[in-house]
Write a protein that binds this ligand. Structure first.
Ligand code: NAD
Ligand code: ZN
Length: 349
């Protein structure tokens, strides 16, 4: 397969600097790495946090963002045996990890303190050719469409993991906060595929229509118009949802979720609004035995399982396709909360 020496990428120098379409060199994979010709890349709200620099974690300078890149392997390092040129693969958030710390040994590689993060500490998928460690690139079966599978590489894996972490059982009710966004739309679909009943929480009629009529949530609560806690309780016979999955990019729901979580239920925090705090009243949290926990992407087996759900046709969430060059406009729409579902960018344009 012929690999060019130059390619187009979306680059910014430091946080909040202009995002520029530039010609940059194509990197060569190291001995344990693969080079993936990215065909499509999803745009995650994390990419917007990376550009703004609003998290307490430094980004690389001259960063090429992106961590939902789906494409074709075009070169492999000399130590790589189990993935070959021509295979379909995905550049996901965890680009590589040390492999020998306590967390890596236990299969918890997202917790590795030396993990490389695609589109954050190393260049990611907002380019036509991206590098990943061979053990960490996602394996994508042939025949799976690369545009639709791109959002699975972060959003899908993350929400699938969060639903598992909730410890809820099939038949129970999950409140998904931020259900109209990229993670949220996939969370509704994974929740349904896993046998849960879904209350979707977000705002606006476009997201309402998508959640109820396209994704299959049973109920929709508009956080801008309704009292979320009261509505969720009334839908659930006064008891609350068995689990609440917090995917929103604002602090408020992180301070109220325990109020509409059922006794012995779990609040799973996933969204990462800047400088936000979680709070809960001690007395009801204790006597109702509420669990509050964080959930962070997923490991390699979560990745395999999340892609397998998708490959079996169980996960269908709407996405819009744009050009890689449109990234700044997509960030603007995302900031304004105007994207229902995910935006996926075609890197050839
Ligand atoms: P998105 O912009 O596509 O969706 C966010 C949604 O939250 C929007 O639909 C918005 O309307 C909704 N929202 C805002 N305020 C709300 C409120 N008060 N109540 C209910 N909904 C509200 O973003 P995304 O790509 O889905 O990412 C969501 C968050 O998850 C980001 O902070 C991102 O960085 C984070 N994230 C975390 C992980 C992880 O591993 N924990 C992985 C990926 C993304
Ligand atoms: Zn992401």
């Amino acid at each position: 397969m012929s690999v060019p020496t130059e390619q187009y990428a979306q680059v910014f120098k430091s946080n909040n600097d202009p995002i520029e379409r530039k010609k940059v060199p194509v990197s060569k994979p190291g001995p344990d790495e693969v080079l993936v010709n990215i065909k499509y890349t999803g745009v995650c709200h994390t990419d917007l946090h990376a550009w703004k620099g609003d998290w307490p974690l430094q980004t690389k300078q001259n960063l090429i963002g992106g961590h939902e890149g789906a494409g074709v392997v075009v070169a492999v390092g000399e130590l790589v045996k189990d993935i070959k040129v021509g295979d379909h693969a995905g550049i996901k958030w965890i680009n590589g990890s040390c492999g020998h710390c306590e967390f890596c040994m236990a299969g918890d590689e997202p917790l590795c303190t030396n993990a490389l993060l695609s589109g954050y500490t190393v260049d990611g998928s907002f380019q036509q050719y991206a590098i990943g460690k061979a053990v960490d690139v996602a394996r994508i079966p042939k025949g799976v469409p690369l545009d639709a599978v791109a959002p699975i590489l972060c959003a899908g894996i993350t929400v699938y993991k969060a639903l598992k972490e909730s410890q809820a059982r099939a038949g129970q009710t999950i409140a998904i906060v931020g259900a109209g966004g990229g993670l949220g739309s996939l969370a509704v679909q994974y929740a349904k595929a896993m046998g849960f009943r879904v209350i979707a929480i977000d705002t606006g009629s476009e997201k309402q229509e998508m959640c109820l009529n396209v994704l299959g949530a049973e109920e929709y609560v508009d956080f801008a118009k309704e009292d979320v806690g009261a509505k969720v309780k009334s839908i659930t016979g006064g008891l609350g949802a068995h689990a609440v999955i917090l995917l929103a990019v604002s602090e408020k729901p992180f301070q109220h979720a325990t109020e509409y979580c059922r006794a012995h239920g779990t609040v799973v925090c996933v969204g990462l609004p800047a400088k936000a705090r979680i709070s809960a009243e001690v007395f009801p949290t204790v006597i109702r035995m509420i669990t509050i926990k964080g959930s962070y992407v997923g490991n390699r087996i979560d990745t395999h399982e999340a892609i397998d759900f998708f490959a079996r046709g169980l996960i269908k969430a709407p996405f819009k396709v744009g050009k890689l060059s449109e990234l700044p406009q997509v960030f603007k729409l995302m900031e304004e909360g105007k994207i229902a579902g995910r935006y996926v960018l075609d890197t050839s344009k």
